[in-house]
Design a protein around this ligand. Structure first.
Ligand code: FAD
Length: 322
């Protein structure tokens, strides 16, 4: 019996959301009096995998097949199911991102497990196995009691602070009998995310909406982000209009972020947008419409034309740093 966790990585580098997930799984394991096994798919070095011990993993099971270096939902699911069966897993934890959303339901179906998608709490074992999750785009919470023998949870990234401790995980290989049909989906290209600071990891974020008028005006947001050491984000219509790449889109249908500071420029504050950013510690809104809904969620608001205010803010940041 153990808790297993899908430990996503990019060429052996485990991102903040993976470390958070391992820590989350370890917390569940501890409250259940069992151990945590991280499942690593594809190539990673032993040292990198042992490092997951700092976040609570007791063991790493690596399926070292380089065809798993990029997401393949069918093969990933097969590997995770094999790992769960080997470990006699009672709980399987995956990220609530593109990978987890593709893999977790397949794993849950195969293991006849109940599943909570988009959890924002650890399970409350005093009441059964009750997990809190967002519903209605973060406007309300549901508390789900999972009664099946095996449980699958996808955790909303950036829900918990990550803290490294001492510890080193042991590493074992797991052989999975893949068939050609497991790789019938071919990855043709992998586009690298550009930008000075990766959005999902950023503590400071500068975000633009349709009020920026067009992609030609993004230079002033880039300058501000550069001065602050912030990542760039945007609203969905901005990405849909190809003003900015889709990986910058935050909200219900985009990324979920919880930075220390979120500066929203020319964004109205629709519920679907807030769903991805309302966990931010401090929200600053710049909007020319004093009635814009985003002001209700803001800690600080500036009413005015973004094209005039943002360059002034950048100058102020420069002076402050000088
Ligand atoms: P607008 O609503 O057009 O707002 C532009 C704002 O800019 C206005 O408040 C305006 O006052 C202000 N403005 C204009 N000019 C200036 C200026 N010169 N200076 C300062 N301010 C100015 N949206 C998301 O963002 N993320 C999602 O994940 C998402 N998912 C969705 C899922 C579904 C199922 C649906 C139905 C919608 C979703 N949306 C999402 C869309 C969402 O409902 C809004 O339409 C969208 O967030 C609006 O984007 P916006 O604020 O950039 O544009």
């Amino acid at each position: 019996m153990s808790v297993i966790v899908l430990a996503e990585h990019t060429q052996g580098v485990f991102k903040k959301k993976t470390l958070e997930l391992v820590q989350y799984a370890a917390g569940i394991a501890q409250s259940m009096g069992t151990t945590t096994t991280a499942v690593v798919l594809g190539d990673a070095t032993d040292a990198e995998m042992q490092g997951l011990g700092q976040y609570g993993a007791n063991k790493v099971l690596q399926v070292a097949d380089s065809r798993l270096d990029t997401l393949n939902a069918r093969a990933y699911s097969k590997a995770l199911i094999a790992a769960a069966q080997k470990e006699g897993a009672k709980v399987v934890v995956a990220p609530h991102d593109v990978t987890g959303k593709a893999v977790a339901p397949r794993v849950a179906a195969a293991l006849k497990a109940g599943m909570v998608a988009g959890a924002v709490s650890a399970p409350d074992l005093s009441k059964g196995f009750v997990v809190k999750k967002n519903v209605f785009a973060g406007k309300a919470f549901a508390f789900v009691n999972v009664t099946s023998d095996v449980k699958v949870i996808t955790l909303m990234p950036n829900t918990f602070q990550v803290k490294a401790g001492a510890g080193s995980a042991s590493v074992e290989k797991l052989d999975v009998a893949f068939e050609d049909k497991d790789f019938s989906v071919k990855v043709k290209a992998v586009n690298k995310v550009t930008g000075e600071v990766p959005l999902s990891e950023a503590e400071l974020v500068v975000s633009g909406g349709r009020g920026m008028k067009g992609p030609e005006n993004w230079g002033i947001l880039e300058d501000l982000a550069h001065e602050l050491g912030a990542a760039l984000a945007c609203s969905r219509p901005v990405a849909d209009s190809h003003w900015r790449p889709h990986h910058e889109h935050v909200g219900q249908t985009g990324g979920t972020i919880r930075p220390n500071l979120y500066i929203a420029v020319g964004i109205s504050g629709a519920i679907q947008h807030l769903a991805g950013v309302n966990g931010s510690k401090t929200i600053v809104v710049i909007n020319k419409d004093p009635e814009a809904p985003f002001f209700k969620a803001a800690d600080y608001g500036v009413v005015g034309d973004a094209l005039e205010i943002v360059p002034k803010l950048t100058e102020a940041v420069k002076k402050f740093k000088a």
